[in-house]
Design a protein around this ligand. Structure first.
Ligand code: SF4
Length: 322
């Protein structure tokens, strides 16, 4: 049975509990995130989770770290007491969390944590010397059992491009959940692909072509299989941040749908705005705002429905910074 989707404005997003200001860190402290609590909380319904607390480690607790050789899956063991091995306990609570939270549209993680770190978490040799870096234990389970879920570290969201990219993925996944997964059909899938085309093109032009071909050849395949394969590739492709060059390419494609309806001067203005953006003189919001103005007046339904033109709430100002 299809999972129930939340009311229109509610976007459920998981978050490392310490980022919400909960005092769950090993030392009894927290890492309250102002951006999450003061800006994103207006849009997202946060669902906090602390894997270490859930695994019964308590607060305060002995700190843990990743230990293992390069190429092996690291174990999570006590920093002071290496006989404390919580690898299995963490994996178990992480899997149970994932099972109960299939409705999430994304997860915001705490950097550097042996449980919640997305990347570059230090892994140590048995002898205590630093060896290499990996993802935290909870993140490993998320990637294994929920690969389509958008993930990002709160600290990386200080970077405007990564911030915009994560929020774009959350909204695209929300669209999928509401309009494809809730009422699965080939029709719903093709409509989703159709309205996400230019967003996909801006992020990953090869995936845009590949997924178009895949859908064209998939009419006789099992719908579940097609949806699963499509979604994983689609979300992976959106995970590659768009650049000025790839945005300019997508903008030129949208412009192509308008040019017959516009006079020469307006066309020159629009082309100049796209070029100014491509060269780094203005932010993406400038050409997007102009294009949207003309799409509203002259665009076909196909162009008006492109999520690329309006992928997340305008008030977040995300395209004023990239
Ligand atoms: S980083 Fe993760 S495991 Fe560590 S305190 Fe925060 S929520 Fe808990």
């Amino acid at each position: 049975m299809a999972e129930q989707t939340p009311a229109t404005e509610e976007i459920p997003v998981g978050i490392s509990a310490c980022l919400m200001g909960e005092q769950v860190r090993y030392n009894g402290g927290h890492k309250r995130s102002r951006y999450c609590l003061e800006v994103l909380q207006e849009r997202f319904r946060f669902e906090p989770f602390c894997p270490e607390l859930e695994a019964g480690l308590g607060v305060p607790r002995d700190p843990v770290r990743l230990v293992g050789a390069l190429g092996e899956e690291p174990r999570v063991v006590g920093t002071r007491d290496p006989s404390l091995d919580v690898t299995e306990a963490l994996a178990e609570v992480s899997r149970a969390f994932i099972e109960r939270h299939r409705h999430l549209r994304g997860f915001i993680l705490m950097k550097g944590s042996p449980s919640c770190g997305l990347e570059r978490v230090k892994v140590y040799h048995e002898n205590g010397m630093p060896s290499h870096a990996d993802a935290g234990a909870f993140v490993r389970e998320l990637r294994r059992h929920f690969p389509e879920l958008p993930l990002e570290e709160e600290a990386r969201m200080n970077d405007a491009v990564l911030r915009e990219n994560f929020i774009t993925r959350v909204y695209a996944y929300d669209d999928w959940k509401r309009h494809v997964e809730a009422t699965p059909s080939y029709h719903a899938l093709l409509q989703f692909h159709s309205r996400q085309k230019y967003l996909l093109m801006a992020h990953h032009v090869e995936a845009y072509r590949e997924l178009g071909r895949y859908l064209a050849e998939s009419g006789k395949r099992c719908l579940d299989e097609v949806m699963n394969r499509y979604l994983v590739r689609f979300m992976e492709a959106l995970g590659r941040p768009a650049t000025r060059k790839t945005h300019a390419n997508a903008l030129m494609h949208v412009f192509g749908y308008l040019k017959d309806a516009l006079d020469g001067e307006t066309k020159q203005d629009l082309l100049a705005a796209i070029e100014d953006y491509r060269q780094g003189h203005v932010h993406l919001a400038v050409p997007i705002r102009m294009i949207n103005h003309y799409v509203k007046r002259h665009g076909s339904n196909y162009v008006r429905e492109q999520t690329y033109l309006d992928p997340h709430p305008y008030e977040l100002g995300l395209r004023n910074a990239i």
